[in-house]
Design a protein around this ligand. Structure first.
Ligand code: URA
Length: 436
């Protein structure tokens, strides 16, 4: 006879019939699934019932806690600078977009002000890029660090961007892989608990969420993005993490590059006091939020970009992980240019199309085990709001494997909209701020 407390079929039935799971039922579900007692097809059915019928705040909160409890928790409370000063911690999480290299300049920028940034990051899958893939284009740079090395680096230069270990929220790894192949990624309770279980287990004191909205994001619709942001802010706050969310535009790529090495170069430009205005503005805004959450109110992050202090931390951060910050970055062997087809104002440059093109050129991977090309990607020569002339270069496609140009160009066929009467106002970058 089974010694299990509950039966998976009963749990599925409760959510199918729009009922509410008790805390004990949720704890058992996550634990039993991790132990293999709940079969994959049963969990798939439960995920679909959650996607269709939702969960209330108490259920989402308990589901998140159960996922955190499936693994280890990191603790930065003993973190001190070399002179013995306690360091607060702050982290940023983006729900993913095209050209989103913000973590690269942001982590060293925040560390300038004595706040430690433990930025556990992932690799790209599909059209959104991965922070680790971008950084791996720097010769010698290593994504994997032991917990001890991470603590030493946080105590020293104050910023770490590295791969999340397998010990954080292992239940989420299994669950996410299942959601990926069963059409259940898009459930707000499941996305919120997946992201927040990892961030809370990571042990940061402050968390700033960059929830992307638009064609290149998970959430295409602003109301859905707002609901996801509110849910995650609620979960973080309940867990004692100071959490705020910005809703930001992902209708068009961030900056002028989507790829790996070309995004690192653009980040270095920002750290050198230049770079595209949208990347600089979002980096500074997110830094202000992280610093305010960590209790630093008199900081001027824009000045620390302009005067080279953030660049100094970047160099230390890259060298500490074996990278050579002065080394030349890989360059793609082949290029192809896309030209404007008319005179007028570029009113749209679709983020999803550019993301798919960069991915097809080799900047991203279709399967987890695929290799990415460091030099591949798309370089933009105009942004929405710019006046363009027929025949002017709009984008340069970059790859080592020219047979990839055809499919990448297909993705870009209707990416650009040029209008004779278009407005030159461009698009708003920050759409909303959600706090509790
Ligand atoms: N990122 C995650 O970590 N989990 C999700 O469910 C979606 C995006």
């Amino acid at each position: 006879m089974s010694t299990e407390k509950f039966d998976a079929v009963d749990i599925i039935g409760i959510k199918r019939d729009r009922g509410t799971l008790s805390p004990e039922q949720i704890d058992w579900t996550i634990d039993a699934y991790t132990r293999g007692v709940i079969a994959e097809e049963q969990m798939a059915a439960l995920n679909m019932a959650i996607l269709l019928n939702g969960m209330d705040r108490a259920e989402i909160s308990r589901w998140t806690t159960a996922m955190i409890n499936s693994g280890e928790r990191m603790d930065f409370s003993t973190l001190r600078s070399p002179s013995g000063v306690a360091k607060p911690t702050a982290d940023k999480h983006s729900t993913g977009g095209v050209g989103d290299k913000i973590t690269l300049p942001l982590a060293p920028l925040v560390a300038v002000f004595g706040v430690a940034v433990p930025q556990l990051s992932g690799r790209g899958l599909g059209h959104t890029g991965g922070t680790l893939d971008k950084l791996e284009s720097i010769p010698g740079w290593q994504a994997s660090l032991s917990n001890e090395a991470m603590m030493d680096q946080l105590a020293g230069c104050g910023a770490v961007i590295c791969a999340a270990g397998t010990g954080l929220a292992p239940a989420d790894k299994k669950l996410y892989a299942l959601r990926d192949v069963t059409g259940t990624v898009e459930a707000i309770p499941l996305i919120a608990s997946s992201i927040m279980s990892k961030k809370i287990a990571e042990g940061t004191g402050t968390l700033v969420l960059d929830v992307k909205v638009g064609s290149g994001a998970f959430m295409k619709d602003e109301d859905d993005a707002r609901e996801l942001a509110r849910t995650m802010v609620g979960l973080g706050t309940d867990a004692g993490v100071k959490t705020v969310a910005l809703l930001t535009n992902m209708a068009t790529p961030l900056g002028l590059t989507a790829g790996n090495a070309i995004e690192v170069q653009e980040s270095v430009d920002v750290l050198a006091g230049g770079g595209p205005a949208d990347v600089v503005d979002l980096t500074v805004k997110l830094a202000e939020e992280m610093l305010a959450g960590a209790g630093v109110h008199d900081a001027d992050p824009a000045a620390a970009l302009a005067d080279g202090r953030a660049m100094d931390v970047w160099r230390l951060m890259i060298s500490a992980q074996g990278g050579d910050p002065a080394a030349a970055l890989p360059v793609a062997r082949e290029s192809e240019t896309v030209y404007a087809q008319a005179d007028g104002v570029l009113t749209e440059l679709d983020a999803l199309s550019v993301g798919i093109a960069a991915w097809r050129l080799g900047a991203g991977r279709a399967r987890r085990e695929d290799e990415v090309q460091a030099g591949a990607g798309v370089r933009l020569h105009a942004k929405p709001g710019d006046v363009v002339r027929r025949g002017q270069p709009l984008m340069t496609l970059l790859t080592d494997t020219p047979e990839k140009f055809g499919r990448a160009l297909e993705a870009l066929e209707s990416a650009a909209t040029i209008s004779a009467e278009g407005s030159r106002s461009g698009q708003r970058l920050i759409l909303d701020r959600i706090a509790q």
